[in-house]
Design a protein around this ligand. Structure first.
Ligand SMILES: [Fe+2]
Length: 503
């Protein structure tokens, strides 16, 4: 392994930190690495060609009021690139305006999500709530050859070189970037290069939907009127429709008037699913479904008069404090999959009758489901999801759901080893949906290291076919993606993965 340190940040976190989302598998990194020709156990397939990108929450300073929430951490992107049976790695902070301002100050300037906005030192800020730091640490996609990082409370889309991870600036869309910012979970349709997105806020109309074409021009930006401020986290799309949601879990209106942002589940209200034409906007058709909160959808597609929408139904969107577990487990019970009872679920929306039919696709508790992105918005069969460690926001295994037969194939990680959101990497020249690999990164607390695991997508239960060693144990985080080499400028011209990144 050929390793070089590209940079270090000065962390002001306490050396005796006991916050479980800043220690152990969530211990943030302060070093930015560049490593080539990584050590491999097993064999990297020669037809695995492209880059796995992983966003992580990587805080540098203590929270202003001492109530750090993992979603507040600064965005750090990791890539593991594969070409010609070899692998390289880089990790870099997203150079957000907030990170740079706090680096200058030497401490936090904005209150986190578990703190009152009034505690922020700075009057300005980002986020649907306002006076937050846009950490750009939630999600990452690759669109028009550039990696875009995003923040779940809405903010800028930071543009990163998908190979060097250099921050190239913020997306402007030629001056059309929305003043509300853009939410995490932008959707890239690999079939036509479009990017779809939504944003939300505390002022009417409370949500918008937008579409960007393959040439990176904003071509649609339409209002999605809601009854009040909502907390949508994800969207879905089909070939002809965009699907947005109004789940009955939102900030308490009375508390908001006092500057407090506390979300509450309203089981007396339905979940509302909004379908609108993907291109050009137009009338939104709303469907009512059983009350729940959906953090993540997997996919959607059209089936005759119906739209089929798959995602994770939460059996208990507002888990009660039972007094069990540590202070932090109780505080962060909303992050534990077992507490939220997240199960793969299907909603069928009939565009003619206006009816919604629902069915549970699995009894297993899983979330963070991904699929082969070439099947985004189209009929598909396989979802690759994570299982959670009871009581914690940590992934301890992978499950492949067959949404046609209901079959499940599992790979549990050893105790003390945690995974990242997986990504499905189609094999070069793939001939079927599951012809490819599943990639994830681990936080291995037993060996104090991180590895990139590669599985055959069709044989997850066989375990990894290759394990690639990273230079340092990384932090856990939320989302990841796969970018085929063909989607990365300069990739095909380079002689090797190393030269593609200028090593
Ligand atoms: Fe998410």
């Amino acid at each position: 392994m050929d390793v070089e340190v590209l940079g270090r940040v000065l962390s002001t976190l306490p050396t005796d930190d006991d916050h479980p989302y800043r220690t152990g598998p969530w211990r943030p990194q302060t070093t930015e690495w560049k490593a080539d020709d990584l050590e491999v156990e097993g064999e990297i397939p020669a037809d695995l060609d492209g880059v796995y990108l992983r966003n992580t929450e990587n805080p540098v300073h203590p929270a202003l009021d001492g109530r750090y929430h993992p979603f507040d951490g600064d965005g750090m992107i990791h890539i593991v690139g594969f070409r010609d049976g070899k692998a390289f790695y880089r990790n870099r902070f997203v150079q957000t305006d907030g990170l740079l301002a706090e680096r200058e100050a030497g401490h936090a300037l904005w209150a986190g999500i578990a703190e009152r906005p009034a505690k922020s030192i700075r009057q300005d800020g980002w986020g649907a709530r306002g006076r937050m730091k846009d950490a750009s640490s939630t999600d990452v996609v690759v669109h028009a050859g550039v990696a875009l990082t995003s923040f779940y409370q809405c903010g800028d889309l930071y543009r990163l070189d998908p190979l060097t991870l250099e921050t190239l600036g913020k997306t402007t869309w030629n001056g059309d970037f929305p003043a509300w910012g853009v939410s995490a979970h932008t959707k890239v349709d690999e079939n036509n290069g479009e990017l779809l997105f939504f944003d939300y806020g505390t002022d009417a109309p409370f949500m918008h939907y937008g579409r960007v074409d393959a040439d990176n021009r904003l071509v649609d930006y339409v209002e999605v009127p809601l009854p009040g401020p909502r907390l949508p986290h994800d969207m879905a799309f089909t070939e002809n429709y965009a699907i947005l949601n109004d789940c009955p879990l939102f900030w308490e209106p009375e508390l908001m008037k006092k500057g407090l942002y506390a979300s509450r589940f309203h089981p007396e209200l339905p979940t509302r699913l909004g379908v609108l034409p993907r291109r050009g906007g137009g009338k939104i058709q709303w469907f009512e479904a059983d009350p729940t909160y959906v953090l993540h959808w997997v996919n959607a597609y059209e089936d005759g008069d119906e739209i089929v929408l798959d995602g994770f139904f939460q059996g208990d969107p507002e888990p009660k404090d039972t007094g069990d577990g540590s202070f932090y487990q109780r505080m962060f019970r909303f992050l534990a999959l077992d507490r939220m009872q997240t199960r793969l679920h299907r909603w069928r929306l009939n565009l003619v009758t206006g009816q919604c039919k629902e069915e549970r696709l699995s009894e297993s508790i899983t979330e963070f489901g991904v699929m082969n992105n070439r099947y985004g918005g189209r009929p598909y069969r396989y979802a690759y999801a994570a299982t959670g460690l009871d009581g914690w926001f940590l992934f301890n295994g992978l499950v492949r759901h067959d949404v046609v037969t209901g079959a499940e194939e599992r790979c549990a990680l050893p105790e003390g080893v945690y995974g990242s959101e997986p990504a499905m990497a189609p094999r070069v020249g793939a001939t079927s949906e599951d012809d490819g690999y599943v990639v994830t990164l681990t936080m291995d607390m037993n060996q104090d290291r991180s590895e990139c695991l590669i599985f055959e997508a069709s044989r997850l239960a066989d375990g990894p076919i290759a394990r690639v060693r990273l230079p340092e144990r990384i932090s856990s985080g939320t989302h990841a993606t796969w970018a085929p080499g063909s989607a990365i400028p300069g990739w095909s011209d380079a002689d090797s993965a190393a030269s593609a990144v200028g090593l």
